[in-house]
Design a protein around this ligand. Structure first.
Ligand code: UDP
Length: 237
């Protein structure tokens, strides 16, 4: 039994790098592709928002003297490279996949058109949203929230390198405790740091549940759509 039939999977760019500091790990790309195939084969409609942190982040660019908007534009372009890499990995498993970009690039990918995205999903094509929202000062988490709401996904599933939301940073504190469930209000007021406030409040306003889980553990995407308790769920109440 499937708990979710249409998912918006937010995959962090950082996770794509695997053990490297920068760029792609083909092991991670292939693992993501296998996991997407696994749920696609079960009939789940899969849309993906891909991050860019393995290549460039606007905020880190600023520290090196870049103008914020220029840096963010570079970050958005990074997500397009990641989108193409992921498409390639998924299509090697014979799953039809479309990259839709919010930054117009007709030679490279289709433009983002909401109705077209939904049509692709209905035709069981995997849709990859690249280019973020097309606007600076946003993150791909916020883009994930926006696209999840726009396509009427059942859930925003944030696949990252950690296995959920903790009361404090699990990389720094041994006694950090993972939440099974947390409310939007708690996640925002306690500043739990797993997603930015823009993403959280958009989901709160539109009643879009979020699941944060470790996408590097193979099989987790399937477990997640089957409703297994694999990470932290963020809900209204
Ligand atoms: N970005 C942006 N607008 C968006 C989405 C992303 O300007 O709508 C830029 C921003 O600089 C961000 C970078 O693209 O830092 C890469 O995205 P993100 O940091 O969210 O990637 P992830 O954390 O998932 O690797």
């Amino acid at each position: 039994m499937l708990k979710y039939n249409r998912i918006l999977l937010k995959l962090s760019g950082e996770a794509l790098a695997g053990n490297k500091e920068f760029g792609f790990s083909s092991d991670v790309l292939q693992s993501f592709a296998r996991q997407v195939k696994e749920v696609h084969d079960k009939g789940v409609e899969v849309a993906i928002v891909i991050g860019g942190g393995n290549i460039f982040r606007g905020v880190s660019g600023m520290q090196e003297g870049f103008d914020r908007v220029t840096g963010d534009t570079m970050g958005m372009l990074a997500t397009i490279m990641n989108g193409l890499a992921l498409q390639d990995a998924i299509e090697r498993l014979d799953i039809p996949t479309r990259v839709l970009t919010a930054v117009q690039m007709p030679q490279v990918a289709e433009p983002f058109i909401r109705r077209r995205a939904i049509r692709h999903l209905e035709k069981k094509r995997v849709v990859i949203f690249a280019g973020g929202t097309g606007n600076p000062y946003f993150t791909t988490d916020s883009c994930g929230a926006l696209r999840a709401v726009e396509i009427h996904a059942d859930v925003l599933a944030k696949g990252t390198k950690v296995d959920g939301i903790y009361d404090k940073d699990p990389m720094k504190f041994d006694d950090a405790v993972r939440y099974d469930t947390v409310t939007f209000d708690e996640a925002i007021s306690k500043n739990l740091g797993v997603m930015d406030t823009t993403a959280l409040s958009l989901c709160r306003e539109n009643d879009m549940p979020i699941i944060v889980f470790n996408a590097l553990e193979e099989g987790n995407i399937l477990k997640m759509v089957q409703g297994e308790n694999i990470g932290t769920v963020v809900v209204k109440k």
